[in-house]
Design a protein around this ligand. Structure first.
Ligand code: ADP
Ligand code: MG
Length: 413
């Protein structure tokens, strides 16, 4: 891991920028050789992701806008003339050595399930059971469990390696699906597919406009680097213990709102005019359900507006409006959807006060990370202000990452 814990002193805050990609691929190849005693056939990698805007709208057929971050997971791999699948990770000492023909969700536990699950999901494409032997060494830069999707980075780097090693002829979307299947059906975790789509399909300098109704995607320009801008990610380290129940309740509220409004999903509500929306929402009986619907409908509209601004000009030209949309998204998640916690609100407020163009929580909420759109040269100052606010509140020190929109999964060497 390359993330360094920041000091409690605001003056000494540390931002974790991803190490050079070529150097990291080289390191993975070397570690493979040390581990397995011979050189790998190649090195593949896939990035983590962050959602820029469009939160808690996926289950109402909404729109969202993730981007791949600079931190990646590397998979150095080689085909072997055996039937064994052997897996190792620099980040976890658990190893796997299994007859690759016997893979099933019951036979693999722990982190290797995410990788073995990809091989299993692609199984029907593999001609001949005896061609499955391979050795894979994983070296990840995406922090585990910080909401930046280390799991998708892991699955998708493995999917690229397996595709090339076995010459399967899969399309990128096939690999997205295999990674989703690995996570849900094999590792037994839940995922909506945004993470894997972003990890495989993202383009450098772009965000990925994703329509959750049909999972269609298109890249939109989001070239922060050339505009002197950056996205500061703050892992607040806050964890909530009843997240699953809260998510279930939010889904139920949204479904009830859709029923009362007579639509299949809240995506079908066109809400360009705030006054008309208020009138419409007034027909919903329950005040809480009304606020939940207000969030989902206005958030989908914000993603539309954000996407339109990015299509129309540079981030620099529209930075004020873009920042305002990020701010409005957070405020809606705090007041209408009620999925923030104190750490998320404090990080966002401190970032805004320190000069960020806009800031919001990202991911499911109840803990996890925030993002702030900042001038690249001010990133450290904004991070220091967030760290100071956390110290003042007595919160655990946050961890900071600097991210630029990066290239999706691919081969490194
Ligand atoms: P997130 O995807 O937000 O980081 P998850 O809980 O979905 O959090 O996925 C984290 C899990 O993914 C880890 O517990 C581990 O099983 C697996 N994982 C991710 N990256 C690695 C890695 N480099 N080495 C081993 N396991 C990893
Ligand atoms: Mg995950």
């Amino acid at each position: 891991m390359n993330s360094a814990a920041p000091s409690a002193s605001p003056a000494a805050v540390e931002l974790s920028a991803a190490p050079d990609r070529a150097a990291a691929a080289e390191r993975a190849a070397q570690l493979f050789e040390e581990s397995f005693g011979y050189q790998p056939d190649g090195v593949w990698s896939a990035p983590g992701r962050v959602n820029i805007i469009g939160e808690h709208v996926d289950y109402q057929d909404g729109l969202c806008l993730p981007m791949a971050i600079s931190h990646r997971c590397f998979a150095a791999a080689a085909r072997t003339p055996t039937n064994r699948l052997r897996l190792r990770s620099v980040q976890d000492e658990t190893v796997l050595d299994i007859d690759a023909r016997t893979l099933s969700p019951e036979t693999v536990t722990g982190w290797p399930a995410y990788v073995a699950g990809v091989l299993w999901a692609l199984g029907s494409r593999i001609s001949g059971a005896s061609t499955r032997g391979m050795d894979i060494l994983i070296d990840g830069q995406v922090p585990l469990g910080a909401g930046l999707s280390s799991s998708a980075a892991l699955e998708c780097s493995a999917a690229e390696a397996i595709e090339d090693l076995l010459s399967l002829g899969t399309e990128p979307l096939d690999r997205v699906r295999a990674a989703i299947t690995a996570e849900t059906d094999f590792a037994g975790a839940s995922t909506g597919g945004l993470d894997q789509s972003a990890s495989v399909l993202s383009r450098e300098g772009h965000a990925l406009f994703l329509d959750c109704r049909d999972f269609s995607t298109r890249p939109v320009p989001w070239d922060l680097a050339s505009q002197g801008l950056a996205l500061l990610i703050t892992d607040t380290r806050a964890e909530h213990s009843h997240v699953d129940g809260e998510y279930t309740a939010r889904r139920a509220d949204s479904e009830q709102a859709a029923r009362e409004l007579g639509v299949d999903t809240l995506r079908d509500v066109e809400a360009t005019d705030p006054a008309a929306l208020e009138t419409l929402l007034a027909t919903i009986q329950d005040e809480v359900v009304r606020r939940r619907a207000h969030h989902v409908i206005t958030e989908i509209q914000r993603v539309r507006e954000f996407g339109a601004l990015l299509a129309a000009g540079t981030v620099r030209e529209n930075v004020t409006e873009l920042g305002a949309l990020l701010n409005a998204s957070h405020d809606s998640l705090r007041e209408d959807y009620e999925v923030t916690v104190a750490q998320l609100d404090v990080a966002v407020d401190a970032a805004r006060a320190a000069g960020a163009h806009g800031a919001r929580m990202t991911g499911g909420g109840f803990g996890g990370s925030t993002i702030a759109l900042v001038e690249a040269e001010q990133a450290e100052q904004v991070a220091a202000a967030i760290a100071a606010a956390f110290t003042e509140q007595g919160f655990e020190a946050p961890v900071f990452f600097l991210a630029l929109p990066s290239e999706g999964a691919g081969q490194d060497r």
